[in-house]
Design a protein around this ligand. Sequence first.
Ligand code: ZN
Length: 369
Amino acid sequence: MFFEVVKEDARTKARLGRIYTAHGIVETPVFMDVGTLGTVKALEPRDLSELGAQVVLGNTYHLMLRPGAEVIAAAGGLHRFMGWNGPILTDSGGFQVFSLARMRRITEDGCLFNSHIDGHEFFLGPKESMAMQRVIGSDIAMVFDECLPYPCGRERAEKSVDQTIRWAQVSRDQPHADGQRVFGIVQGGVYDDLRRRCAEELAGMGFDGYAVGGVSVGEPEERMYQAVDASVPYLPTDRPRYVMGLGVMRQMAECVARGVDMFDCVIPTRIARHGTAITRRGNVAVKAARWAFDQGPVEEGCECYCCRNFTRSYVRHLFACGEILGLRLLTIHNVWALNRFMKEMRAAIGGGTFSEWKEQTRKETEENE
Ligand SMILES: [Zn+2]
């Protein structure tokens, strides 16, 4: 068995589940921590375990450029290379190739592009992406797709969805690492019928799980929920569903109510390095001068290592001086905060109080926005 629904919420589509991977069990709904280059920036794998992190994300595009397939293969895969023995999910590189790289040419087989690092020419398509993910040895590999920008015209979106569906088939048919599961990605921009068609065609191919891609790319929040609603109902109920690139607490709760099980986002660790803490009452710029004398923790009531041991005054001081410990402490807090949020959410679903919990969370955030 790969995925098990343990409990379904009576009033929403929220569900409590378990994903069984070769590197451990993942309790869902889950927020996955992003370790683009084989490291969740500023954290050690032992920190991740202590912070309740369940899955680390790696990125095919970035790892293909640096250190490259040969180096990871020599280590016997990414788990051993980075010293993380828990589950790893790899993004296919589709998103990065279309957003970061200088594109040379798109063909039926993939994309010819120049590396964003040194301009070196690379080719990445479904075959290359799956081959790289096989070397990485991720527990969950994603198909190679095209992530549409927002806004995007109807004609462009239609062509892109057709391409994404063809690439999904090629991705699925490639050889995979032992025990590696493969997820399809629903695209279609803001067009409900395209999303539905994409979801149905992917479901017909029989993937191990399904992602909703191309959301949280700058569209209004309502558009995002609309894209989820246009995709999720057409996906099999006995497979995990994953909204890519989303990590805002309130939005994750809304998506879980719509039947989503998995999320990832680079923002929590990125804003930590810029001095911003994620709290249940909104984001707090800890490096602001007004905290210079504040003897309270970064977040009142938080039980993370940072909040148990240090004051806002101290963390602010570290940022003001460019001390590396500041980045580390706030990263610890943010990763803990999101994992704790998901843990509470799972407890609420398990206890049959998800709707009340979600409403309470929404009010808390709104009061402070
Ligand atoms: Zn904390």
